[in-house]
Design a binder for this molecule. Structure first.
Ligand code: MG
Length: 401
């Protein structure tokens, strides 16, 4: 064997996420929609990074989706975020979007490139390894599955014209894997000759005259396209998160001089402030501790020691973001948080929805998973005497079984 072929090839990944995803129904493009509490694109990027931790990942997006993209990748672990290159604007067709991604990787000069559809979040390290091996061997390789349905070719009136032998048919998936130079050249050639509607990269390589090989795909590597796909993907992900835990948190801060207090990341005007080492956001502290509690992972004080001056006056969203990240690092999701603020004043009700929205954004979950309630203590005890504010919280977390 030629020793050169045993060297580890350099690898890069292009993710196609520029589509508008109208088949999944109205609303934001499907790749940014949440499945089991997290956008599809976040899950896809995490899975790709897991399968190839050294590979740079470049995503082609629709220019209108930059804010959605930024919010989705903010949920990734730091190592996965570091693998991401600046996203590039896709084109009018899938083919044009892939080409834009390939051109943007030119300076990386990878040996092998994997091209993956953003709508396939279940891509496994094993499938990626097969793709890389196949591309090293043949230069152009795509994953395929034998079809179980008989396929008919029909004319425009729907009349059958032929029945191709099923044994010779394959349903193809992504990641498709290529020698970078081969596929970049094929894309440039196709674009320069006006060939613009090829629906996968295997077809681009084929059109350019290359032999394209099919390797074994993965039936789990489903494409999430239609509303029923979303339901199936959600069920599958929740089915992997069967270790369901509840944690509680409790916190108190005393009133001091001031003209506002922070509750759940929202500034509320008041005749007093709250005393604390950080911004004294009593509700956010209770929720953060509830999440740490569900993980059996210490408390705010153990992760952010009050003796450390760097947390003096710190905005408490640092703490909550950290706790939510710890859940994701374990492969889990925050199913629900429920916080109760206990004080005679200020009134929390008028700010409830703003607080819920802010907490949801910090944790990276849908607002429907965040409850905020308030009560007085009927003028009894320290909260009744208006000496301070107390908060209680529960967090329900789902982790892989
Ligand atoms: Mg506190």
């Amino acid at each position: 064997m030629n020793p050169a072929t045993t060297l580890t090839p350099s690898l890069a990944i292009v993710v196609v996420a520029a589509g508008r995803g109208s088949r999944a129904g109205e609303g934001i493009p499907k790749q940014y929609r949440a499945v089991a509490g997290e956008p599809i694109i976040t899950r896809t990027l995490r899975a790709l990074h897991k399968g190839a931790p050294q590979a740079p990942i470049l995503v082609t997006i629709h220019p209108d989706d930059k804010a959605l993209y930024d919010a989705a990748v903010a949920l990734l672990e730091p190592a996965a975020r570091q693998a991401l290159r600046e996203p590039v604007a896709g084109g009018a067709t899938r083919q044009a979007s892939v080409r834009a991604g390939l051109e943007a990787l030119a300076s990386e000069a990878p040996d092998i490139v994997l091209i993956h559809d953003c709508a396939r979040p279940f891509v496994s390290p094993q499938l990626m390894a097969r793709a890389i091996t196949a591309a090293q061997a043949s230069g152009a390789a795509i994953p395929g599955l034998a079809v179980t349905d008989t396929i008919k070719q029909v004319n425009e009136e729907g009349r059958i014209e032929s029945t191709p032998p099923r044994a010779l048919l394959r349903a193809v998936q992504t990641p498709q894997a290529f020698s970078y130079d081969l596929i970049a050249t094929a894309h440039r050639l196709a674009a320069s000759t006006g060939q613009a509607e090829l629906t996968d990269d295997g077809a681009v390589a084929e059109w350019a005259g290359h032999a394209v090989h099919v390797f074994e795909g993965d039936p789990e590597n489903m494409k999430v396209t239609n509303p029923q796909d979303f339901a199936a993907a959600e069920a599958r992900m929740l089915g992997q998160l069967l270790d369901i835990r509840t944690g509680q948190g409790f916190d108190v801060h005393a009133f001091t001089e001031g003209d506002q207090i922070w509750l759940g990341g929202v500034s509320i005007p008041h005749t007093k402030g709250l005393l604390g080492h950080s911004d004294a956001d009593v509700l956010m502290h209770a929720i953060t501790d509830a999440i740490y509690g569900a993980l059996a992972d210490g408390d705010i004080g153990s992760h952010f020691p009050p003796s450390d001056p760097q947390w003096k006056g710190a905005p408490s969203d640092i703490f909550l973001r950290h706790a939510a990240q710890r859940v994701r690092e374990r492969g889990g999701m925050i199913a629900h948080v429920d916080g109760t603020v206990i004080c005679e004043a200020p009134k929390v009700g008028p700010h409830r929805d703003a607080i819920r929205a802010k907490l949801a954004q910090i944790m990276g979950v849908d607002v429907s998973r965040v409850a905020v309630k308030a009560t007085t203590s009927e003028q009894l005890g320290f909260t009744g005497r208006r000496e301070g504010v107390a908060a209680m919280a529960l967090a329900t977390v789902r982790l892989p079984a």
